[in-house]
Ligand binder design. Structure first.
Ligand code: GLU
Length: 388
């Protein structure tokens, strides 16, 4: 059958492709060390699982409102008020099938053919592809390790044209792990307000911060930027709920209503009983999040020390999320060649940087156990030495 042209414009997700290949090899009995997909190795905290079980038993198994269970929308609004100083109400929130779906809804609701969306690189693999699916034009602004992988206000200003609709901000960042300071966020906000565009702030990693880094939600910078901000987030990373597929989008009511209409014709509601797990995540203690964060902090240091001890690799120290992005430039290999040979010959799965618009890099997730990290780093060391 002839496929729609839009499919030809996008490439399959490499984060998912590498993960699928690594899991397939594991299923064949191959001892793979996987640092591919960003997925915490911890089980979902028991109080969240119990809340969903209770919801199942009590019959929360039917269709619900497309925009989400009212109680969850309210709990998310409360969280955004309390933790992020954003005065959103339940009507400003839609519950989605994960953070990825939030962004997809938003682009479908706001982007018209030819509209430009500014995306700093390295970027998360799906941003440009989703913009293309919405028939928009991703405008990539390159950042480098030398500037901490952060877009400057001047770079942002220069990238804005009359066609610009949205700027995608992702702090803490996937794949670099960098975190913008509140002052850096304020400076970007000033440009967005001055140029009268909108910002989508992907805050899915907001709880995963190290070395005293602070998360500052851009919508809290001023009343003017608040009106131009849409927050995208979810439960997957902080609460180890990747398979639950519960995310959310918060922003101006007209945008949220438009997303609900799209959702009403595409997915209907998010799995009803899963939403009750998400309510428990928001209402319960955050000790479980802190325990996981502390474990990630330790693993980050161990992996970083290993990486920087491998001749041929260099890696900056990021202060958020759970990714490291070492440069492979000195090996002379491009990222796809590097990651394919590493997985095939040394059974270590990493994501090639080309997926993130950064072909001189590979991405490693340290959301995995310490034994795997140690074993994988030794294999990586052998691989790089064999190639340099
Ligand atoms: N966001 C995670 C990652 O980058 C999950 C995979 C995906 O959805 O792309 O690894």
């Amino acid at each position: 059958m002839k496929l729609a042209a839009r499919v030809g414009q996008v490439t399959p997700s490499l984060t998912l492709a590498v993960d699928t290949k690594a899991k397939g090899m594991k299923a064949q009995g191959i001892n793979v060390c996987s640092f591919s997909v960003g997925e915490p190795d911890f089980p979902t905290p028991p109080h969240i699982v119990e809340a969903a079980e209770k919801a199942l038993e009590s019959g929360k198994t039917k269709y619900g409102p497309a925009a989400g269970e009212p109680k969850l929308r309210e709990a998310i609004a409360q969280k955004l008020q309390k933790e992020n100083s954003l005065c959103f109400g339940a009507e400003n929130v839609i519950v989605t099938n994960g953070g990825k779906h939030s962004l997809f809804n938003l682009f479908m609701a706001t982007i018209e053919p030819g509209d430009e969306v500014i995306i700093p690189s390295p970027y998360w693999v799906s941003y440009p592809e989703m913009v293309k699916l919405a028939e928009g034009k991703p405008v990539i602004v390159e950042t480098t390790a030398e500037t901490g992988f952060k877009i400057t206000p001047e770079q942002l200003r220069q990238a804005i044209t009359p066609q610009t609709r949205l700027f995608v901000l992702n702090s803490p960042s996937n794949p670099t792990g960098m975190v913008y300071t509140p002052d850096e966020i304020r400076a970007l906000a000033a440009v967005i307000v001055e140029k009268d565009i909108y910002v989508v702030s992907d805050e899915i990693y907001e709880k995963l911060l190290y070395d005293g880094a602070e998360h500052f939600s851009i919508g809290a910078a001023s009343p003017e930027i608040y009106e131009r901000t849409i927050v995208s987030s979810g439960f997957a990373k902080a609460f180890s709920m990747t398979g639950w597929r519960v995310g959310y989008l918060a922003g101006p009511v007209d945008v949220i209503r438009a997303c609900a209409t799209i959702q009403g014709h595409s997915t209907s509601n998010v799995c009803t009983f899963a939403q009750y797990g998400a309510i428990a995540a928001l209402e319960g203690s955050l000790d479980c999040v802190e325990e996981m964060r502390l474990a990630f902090a330790q693993r980050r240091q161990v992996m970083l020390d290993y990486l920087n001890a491998i001749p041929g690799l260099t890696c900056t120290k990021p202060d958020g999320a759970f990714y490291l992005l070492p440069s492979i430039k000195k090996t002379g290999l491009k990222s796809l060649e590097f990651s394919t040979a590493l997985l095939d010959d040394y059974q270590v799965a990493v994501v090639p940087g080309v997926a993130f618009g950064a072909d001189d890099y590979v991405r490693l997730s340290y959301a995995t156990d310490m034994d795997t990290i140690k074993r994988g780093m030794e294999q990586l060391d052998k691989f790089v030495r064999s190639r340099t």
